[in-house]
Design a protein around this ligand. Structure first.
Ligand SMILES: [Zn+2]
Ligand SMILES: [Zn+2]
Ligand SMILES: [Zn+2]
Length: 341
């Protein structure tokens, strides 16, 4: 049984997925297919993935058949289980529970394209619509406290052997440490100033302009003031908004345009770098947890963090949480701005 264990000192959670042999054997199967030149994510190869959870597909086309535009399937080596019961328990001083959650793969195009940056804007919009649909669906489940969408592109960013462009989704019954730090930080700032810290950041970045990379009427891409990674980029909605999945259709269109622009700028400037991105959005406000997040809709602001990965996290960064970044965000923003696309 996969479990979640809580570090009693820091409060951070660790997943033990279990079933090591099953996981390894499904990965070996997948690698065999790839060696034979079969990409399980390409249109026509649907039988090589687990049955689909969701798809945008042409009217009249059949589930797990061709004629889809975006397809969502379970991860073949999931970190979490869909067991019904969390079974929160203690082992003397330690806390653990079943690692209940969803681990899904979003296949972003039926064509064998490797980088999200190379999809056209209308296809990226469909990917965004799919993210919204999956988050809305999973947030109905009161067991899940947070839902994350993330992407590992390139080996150094921890990508799977499947190169076909895809992102992943994890819904989980705890609030992981990095998100919690942001939520608590944003709440403390709001308690003190009665303003959203992200809205304040946006106002300041718009007035100084030195860390702005590009923008449109709904979104802003900046090199954040305390960038941890060289050429780190954050995309934020200009208008205050806590939950990604409540974005209007028109905004989704503008997000697709800006996301493509940012990814292309990174690709051209840095020569197709490996990168990670993560969507940080409001946690699931379940009935029981309502009191903890009383001001959340005013104090937290969803955003996407994109991190090119040239260097591995080293011992010092791993041991301290203090990052060494040789390029200032002002330099990074200036060079990303100047890219001709
Ligand atoms: Zn493919
Ligand atoms: Zn805000
Ligand atoms: Zn964040």
């Amino acid at each position: 049984m996969p479990t979640l264990r809580r570090n009693p000192i820091t409060g951070g959670w660790v997943v033990n997925p279990g079933r090591g042999e099953d996981r390894a054997s499904s990965l070996i199967e997948m690698e065999k297919l790839i060696d034979q030149g079969i990409c399980p994510f390409c249109e026509g190869n649907e039988k090589h993935t687990p049955p689909e959870i969701f798809a945008l597909r042409r009217k009249g086309s059949e589930r797990d058949g061709p004629s889809w535009q975006v397809r969502v399937v379970p991860n073949i080596s999931p970190a979490l289980t869909i067991e019904p019961d969390l079974d929160r328990r203690a082992e003397r001083m330690y806390d653990l529970m079943n690692a209940v959650g969803a681990h899904e793969v979003i296949i972003e195009t039926p064509r064998h394209i490797l980088n999200l940056a190379d999809l056209d804007t209308s296809q990226i919009k469909k990917v965004i619509d799919t993210y919204k649909a999956r988050i809305l669906d999973l947030k109905k489940d009161q067991r899940f406290r947070s839902v994350f969408i993330f992407k590992n592109y390139g080996e150094r960013a921890g990508s799977s052997p499947i190169k076909h462009t895809h992102s992943q989704l994890i819904a989980i019954s705890v609030t992981p440490k990095n998100l919690k730090e942001e939520l608590v930080g944003a709440r403390d700032y709001y308690d003190y100033k009665e303003r959203c810290v992200f809205c304040d950041m946006i106002r300041q970045e718009l007035s100084t302009k030195k860390r702005i990379i590009c923008s449109n009427s709904d979104f802003l891409a900046i090199a954040p003031f305390a960038s941890r990674f060289t050429h780190e980029v954050w995309i934020l909605p200009r208008k205050h908004s806590v939950d990604f999945e409540n974005m209007s259709d028109a905004r989704g269109q503008n997000l697709a345009v800006l996301l493509k622009e940012v990814l292309l700028r990174l690709k051209i400037l840095l020569g197709d770098p490996p990168y990670n991105f993560i969507l940080h959005s409001g946690p699931n406000r379940t009935k029981r947890r309502g009191a903890a997040w009383k001001t959340l809709s005013d104090d937290y602001h969803w955003h996407i963090e994109i991190m090119p990965r040239y260097t591995r996290i080293d011992g010092f960064e791993w041991g301290t949480g203090l990052y060494i970044n040789a390029t200032t965000p002002e330099e990074a923003a200036a060079s990303l701005r100047q890219v001709k696309i």
